[in-house]
Structure formats: structure tokens, C-alpha cells
Design a protein around this ligand. Structure first.
Ligand SMILES: [Zn+2]
Length: 431
């Protein structure tokens, strides 16, 4: 016999409920019946309903991470959908958008179906496939966006690679607009990146490493914003890293264009100084920038220009990371450190707790057009309970992800996920 708890019915009592989608930040109880949020307020448990105490905890919408590499199909030795889902829920993430640079690439409905099936089998978190913009991520021929959307895709991107050809990008935007779909660009000009492997500046000179200039990102964003204006399409810059790109997005938003951008925790919390020891866990694309760019990104968050925090969770095995700096793979894992590192923004006075959580819940959910990231009555009860004050030290070996390539190993952080619920069922218990 299943307990009511296992059936997704529970009263979450006495927590600080922060639901940015509904402008709520107050001590309240939350009643979940059959996996759906029934009521928020001062409540009594119906007969037979389980009660979960949230005393001293924040009760927030399950986090929505719109930029995740789950590596399945094709690279299951780095991560698979099950291990990525375990990492997600340990980090409070209940919905994630899975980037299409798998093998095969998510450029065909059959791959979308496979990912959804594997996510269902894992049963821990919701996975929303992002379809490729071009076949095989080759930057030439557009995918069948309509069919991919029908199959379950929520946006389009060639992430990992930029769409460099302006004509292809224009047609992709026009095509996506027919469906109201979001185009997500990995903004990078390959001829400016060339063989660069870190930010171009004082530190790259000192280390004798080839650099990647800020313009590698900003020239692509500038071009794309013009194309977004031309096509009146929905455009989103992935993992923005430079003040110039943030400023360009700000101007476009002032002109009422439907453009947005996201930042990763590593780009707003670290600089290229992290590369000083040639640590390949500080190697990613785009690279960690200098303090001036980091401060510009913080200002972008504070001013609501950057409306999304996303991890760019990019698992890599040791074999691909334990290499000479320039030869190591790009990317870091991030699902399990997303929340505590982002909460530093709140403690540092950059954002309110509600705005910070919005950037990881309702804001990305709206961009993807998915009905999550909210604690509204009638919504699926995807919920995270966390302790705002608990301090802990990030330990790469403790991560649930198959890959341990975190750039936050040894960092003292504050804020710890205690429980994660998906449709009212506990999928992570860290108590
Ligand atoms: Zn990318």
C-alpha cells in the first residue's frame, strides 16, 4: 500500500514560501494533493495527509535550468540522463533544458523521443530537449523545427557551437518565429577565438596562453540583435560573459525586442585569475573574463537585463580534462552548486532572494514556454526546500554527477538543499 506521501499528497508546513511568479514571500503552508498544488496559506492537513515540516527552511519552486548538457545519447561515460537527473534534484533543479550536442545530435524527432523516454525512466526531473538549429550542428541546413517542436522540443540551439553564417541565422530566426520558438545562440566568432583557450588579457599574457577577446562574443551578439530586429523573432544569448554583450542586450530590450540572456554561476562569481594555476576546471567556453566584465555581469543581473541564471552543466571525464590547458575540454559541471553560488548574489546585495530565485525558476520557464517554476495553485508540485544559512564546502568527490569537473571544489558556500519534490513526491532527501 502506498502512503499518501508516495502518492504525491503532503502538507508542507511552516516554511518561508518564496514564489516569485506570484509575488509571494511569506511564512505559509503549502498543500499538495495528487502531485498538484492545492492551496497556499495557513492550512490544516486533511485526514490521512502526510505533513512535512519546513521550519527554518525556504520553500521555493523547483529550479528550472535552461542550459544543461546531459551527454546522452552518445557520451554516457561523462553523464547520462539518470545521473544528470540525480545531480539535478540534489541541486534543487526539477526541470532542465537538454542541449542537443549529443551523438546523435538532437536534430531529429526520434532523438527527442529517446531523451524523453530516458528521462521518464529516470523519473527524477523533467527534461526538455532543445532541438538543433542546423542538421548535425553543421551550421548549414535548418532542422525541421515544426516536427521537433511536436516531438517535445522547447527551443533551438546549436550550443557548443555558434551559428556563424548570417544568412543561416536569419532563416533560422524567420522559421522559428512561425512557431513562436526561442533561438538560443552560443555567441562566439570562431575566427576571433582561433586557438585561444582563455580570456585575452593580462593573465593570458602572463601565462603565455593564447587568448579569446571579448569581441569574439560581442560581435556575434551585435549581429544577432540586428537579425532579431529584422525578423522580429525571440532570441536568447546563452552564457553571456562580457559587459559589451550585456550592454547590447540592454539596448535591444529598451527597443522592445524579444531578446534575453542568461549567465552562469561561474561567470558571475569567478574571473580569469582562476586560470593562474593552469587548472583545467577553470577552462570553459566562453572563458572566465576579467573583473571588469564580471562586475558588468553583476550589474546586468541587478538591473534585470540578465533575467536567467543557468548552469551550462557540462560534464567531462578526467581523460578529457587532465590535459595540457589548451588541449583540455571546455566546461564544468554546475547543477549541484547552482543554488548556493547564486545565493551569494543575495548576500552581496546584488539581487533580492525573490529575484534570484526568479532567474532560476519562472523566468527561464516563461522563455521555454513550460508551465513550471511556480508554486501557483493548480500547478505541478515541483518544490525545493532549502536552508538559506547552512554552510558547507563543495567537494568534487561528493557530486552525484558522473563527472567531477567543478570549478568550485573547496569553495565555502551557504545554502543547502534539504528536499526536492517532483509532482509532490520526494525525489531528493538531504535531511
Ligand atoms: Zn555554449
Amino acid at each position: 500500500m502506498n502512503s499518501p506521501f508516495e502518492l504525491g499528497s503532503v502538507l508542507i508546513k511552516g516554511g518561508r514560501v518564496v514564489d516569485p511568479a506570484n509575488g509571494l514571500d511569506a511564512t505559509a503552508d503549502l498543500l499538495v494533493l495528487d502531485g498538484v498544488i492545492q492551496a497556499v496559506g495557513r492550512l490544516e492537513a486533511p485526514a490521512g495527509c502526510a505533513v512535512l515540516s519546513a521550519d527554518g527552511l525556504v520553500v521555493a519552486p523547483g529550479l528550472v535550468d535552461m542550459h544543461v548538457h546531459l551527454r546522452e545519447p552518445g557520451y554516457e561515460y561523462k553523464e547520462d540522463i539518470a545521473s544528470g537527473s540525480r545531480a539535478a534534484v540534489a541541486g534543487g533543479v526539477t526541470s532542465m533544458a537538454a542541449m542537443p550536442n549529443t551523438q546523435p545530435v538532437t536534430d531529429d524527432p526520434s532523438v527527442v523521443g529517446y531523451i524523453l523516454e530516458r528521462a521518464r525512466a529516470a523519473g527524477l526531473a523533467r527534461v526538455f530537449p532543445v532541438g538543433a538549429i542546423t542538421k548535425g550542428l553543421q551550421g548549414q541546413f535548418l532542422t525541421e523545427m515544426g516536427l521537433l517542436l511536436q516531438a517535445g522540443c522547447v527551443a533551438f540551439s546549436d550550443d557548443g557551437r555558434p551559428v556563424t553564417d548570417s544568412g543561416v541565422m536569419r532563416r533560422a530566426m524567420e522559421y522559428a518565429r512561425m512557431f513562436g520558438a526561442l533561438i538560443i545562440q552560443h555567441a562566439e566568432e570562431p575566427s576571433l577565438t582561433a586557438n585561444g583557450c582563455m580570456n585575452e588579457g593580462l593573465i593570458s599574457s602572463r601565462l603565455g596562453l593564447p587568448g579569446i577577446p571579448v569581441e569574439s562574443e560581442s560581435v556575434v551578439v551585435d549581429r544577432d540583435l540586428r537579425l532579431a530586429a529584422l525578423t522580429a523573432s525571440r532570441y536568447h544569448v546563452a552564457h553571456v560573459s562580457t559587459g559589451d554583450a550585456v550592454q547590447a542586450v540592454a539596448q535591444a530590450r529598451n527597443r522592445q525586442l524579444a531578446v534575453s540572456c542568461e549567465v552562469t554561476p561561474h561567470h558571475f562569481s569567478l574571473t580569469d585569475e582562476a586560470v593562474l594555476g593552469y587548472d583545467t576546471d577553470a577552462k570553459m567556453s566562453p572563458p572566465l573574463r576579467n573583473e571588469r566584465d564580471r562586475l558588468a555581469v553583476l550589474e546586468g543581473l541587478a538591473r534585470g537585463i540578465i533575467t536567467v541564471i543557468a548552469t551550462d552543466h557540462a560534464p567531462h571525464d578526467e581523460e578529457n580534462k587532465r590535459l595540457e590547458f589548451c588541449h583540455a575540454a571546455n566546461g564544468v559541471v554546475g547543477l549541484e552548486t547552482l543554488l548556493p553560488v547564486s545565493l551569494e548574489l543575495v548576500r552581496d546585495g546584488v539581487m533580492t532572494l525573490a529575484d534570484c530565485l526568479a532567474a532560476m525558476s519562472c523566468n527561464p520557464a516563461r522563455l521555454l514556454g513550460i508551465p513550471h517554476g511556480t508554486l501557483g495553485v493548480g500547478q505541478a508540485a515541483d518544490i525545493v526546500l532549502f536552508d538559506l544559512e547552512e554552510s558547507w564546502t563543495v567537494d568534487a568527490r561528493q557530486l552525484r554527477s558522473k563527472s567531477k569537473n567543478t570549478c568550485f571544489h573547496g569553495r565555502r558556500v551557504k545554502g543547502r538543499v534539504k528536499r526536492t519534490l517532483l509532482a509532490g513526491k520526494v525525489v531528493y532527501d538531504g535531511v
